[in-house]
Design a protein around this ligand. Sequence first.
Ligand code: NAP
Ligand code: MG
Length: 399
Amino acid sequence: MEKIKMLTPLVEMDGDEMTRILWKWIKEILIEPYVDLKTEYYDLGLENRDKTNDKVTVDSANATLKYGVAVKCATITPNNQRMTEYNLKEMWKSPNGTIRAILDGTVFRAPILVNGITPYIPTWKNPIVIARHAYGDVYKAVDGFTKGGKAELVFTDENGQEVRKIVHDFNGEGVVMAMHNTDKSIASFARSCFNYALSVNLPLWFSTKDTISKIYDGRFKKIFADIYENEYKEKFEKAGIEYMYTLIDDVVARIIRSNGGIVWACKNYDGDVMSDMLATAYGSLAMMTSVLVSPTGVYEYEAAHGTVTRHYYKYLKGEPTSTNSVATIFAWTGALKKRGELDNLPDLIAFAERLEKATLSTIENGYMTGDLAAIFKKDGITPVKLGSKEFLQKIAENL
Ligand code: NAP
Ligand code: MG
């Protein structure tokens, strides 16, 4: 069989631990036999990040800006324990943080639904996509601890004029924090969300807490409203989808009662928390896809979970593992489909769609990894738990 040709390389960002092992197998077993795979390879494994003083992460993000589509393996964000384990020169920053800052994007997370894995909320028949703003707020905050004293917020404008506000006059120990965001980043977030909702033809709900945070969250609300009114209202009406702004408490209540099929735009912290809640409620963290979309239309696909350290240590000891590769496979198919769309390669798109179908039907036929076998329920089928590699081989058979 002739392999499917590609025109432009994908930016390939390799990663760490168990997901690095899956990464290699996915390529060998599911992609390379069928696609003449073109990638520009960046090794974001922690050892190479350390060796290159993290330059490789910056280079991979810049390559993504150049080519437009990247696929990323999960990576370790170093902490104290990793400093010793990998004998690191420095506690390098989260690669995802670095990449998001360069692409200035919004992260969209969507669950992969399969017949046999029922969401904990039985009415959720369709995916709920979380759109998470990926810049600022508590992730770029300045905070401190005090044993007592007055905390003030001092703002110095361009002319050197100072405005002071008392945060709190401490009468004992306490904590303070100051955070920021920029109109530019909020506007990019808004446009990414409106574009994404239109591309998947789903309504967009945006939530903050502007009744409490009147100026800060109020700014988000206003920027979204202005951009909607001026740039997207007509397009939404034409597509027959709605844009709604409401309080986050209200969305939480509405989401639980919904049938799914919504894009839910969240501020940075809300999106971090709510996406884990949704992933779990849909069945498994390993069934959540993630794509970073920049306001200029650059895409980076990944799985939402981490490097699955616990399984990796077992793998190193030669013990059997049953690690779910579905979200990582879907990161590859997402990237291949997008590359196919941009380069007008219908065969590449069709291949990616078939690989997704083969993956889902393998599970629906009863063959899956341990995390899913534990929750799978379908009449007449007793789930078979497969090892990490056997699961990929079973998909290949099906494909
Ligand atoms: P994790 O790798 O997501 O794993 C946490 C647990 O969730 C696993 O021990 C496993 O549970 C289950 N799990 C997650 N993915 C699974 C999969 N594909 N198949 C089966 N089970 C899965 O999170 P973590 O252990 O907190 O973090 C490990 C490393 O990943 C850290 O160094 C962190 O910095 C990094 N991380 C990277 C990213 C990213 O690159 N996007 C995201 C998050 C974390 P059981 O052990 O019970 O089987
Ligand atoms: Mg989280």
